[in-house]
Design a protein around this ligand. Sequence first.
Ligand code: SF4
Length: 367
Amino acid sequence: MRYNNKYKPEISLDRMAGLYCDEDLYSLMRRAEQIQGSISDNANAPAVSQGATRLHLEKVILAKPRGFCAGVERAIEVVELALQRLAGPIYVRKEIVHNPHVVNALRAKGTVFVEELDEVPQGAVTIFSAHGISPAVRDQAKARNLQVIDASCPLVTKVHVEARRYASEGYAILLVGHQGHDEVLGTTGEAPEAIQLVQTVDDAKQVQVANPDKVAVITQTTLSVDDTKAIVEVLKRRYPKLVMPPKDDICYATQNRQNAVKAIAQEVEVVLVIGAKNSSNSIRLTEVAEDAGRRAYLINDASEINPAWFGGVRSVGVTSGASAPEHLVQEVVETLKRLGATQVEEWELVREDVSFGLPAELIQASP
Ligand code: SF4
């Protein structure tokens, strides 16, 4: 996995949002400068504050689609409705979606988040997160007599169904994904004896199967479209009879957000991706922007913006991962305006109108 510490903000500016009087900004700039070296200057451009004639931000381009996908919207709605309609407490196994702002907001409303089901009292209402679960977790829930509501994204469930089908037909299954990700753990659990994880092109070159004529490939839904393509091409060369699902497993939301960030990256000098550090699709968005030749930063929210990133920069692109709420984007835009940006444009690449129905357990619990 290419994600590493470089996406951590060099300076954490906890007080960033709402604090940019000239004095604050100037001292932040000075601090950034001391740590990172001099920022380039442009005497002709409008400056952001009295002494700090260093930032010359002009334009912000917002990528669209960005932010919540249909699977995330559904998962959050499931928790909200469970809180309203069912006798609590309501437990959620793992983060409902990979975003601390979402998790904290639901926690504040009374949701109890746990890592594993042995932390849930017998018989309690328990929601499974959007990333899906393995049959072993389902069995554990049954053994504890839990009242389960499954908020797994239907597109993840589709991959689980593919895994089960290929395993029952005797295929060796190569799962393109990242070790330890909740979705990969859940999918692998569907057929652990048949599935091998392939994380890189090198893995694809080295993986071994018992019968090269009977190999199938499935993928984690939130990978980079381009990275997956390279891995699958190697597998196709090695296993000419490689079987693939009729439709790519990379989900529509992942694909659309990557296409959108690729488009704005052509027009801007720096890209900000709003998303959690453990959000696979957000990390991929950062990589897509970098592959397009741009400096890109993955930030949780506006408080992590470092003004030193924008020395000599006039245009900044902004996008957000599939589990990042829109208010975080708007707060980032406000911060960029305080840093001098005067134009905000939105580039809509494709209109999304996907939505998923609620789980039956919740519909039956209608008041
Ligand atoms: Fe579902 Fe795609 Fe959203 Fe993941 S990113 S929850 S697979 S719609």
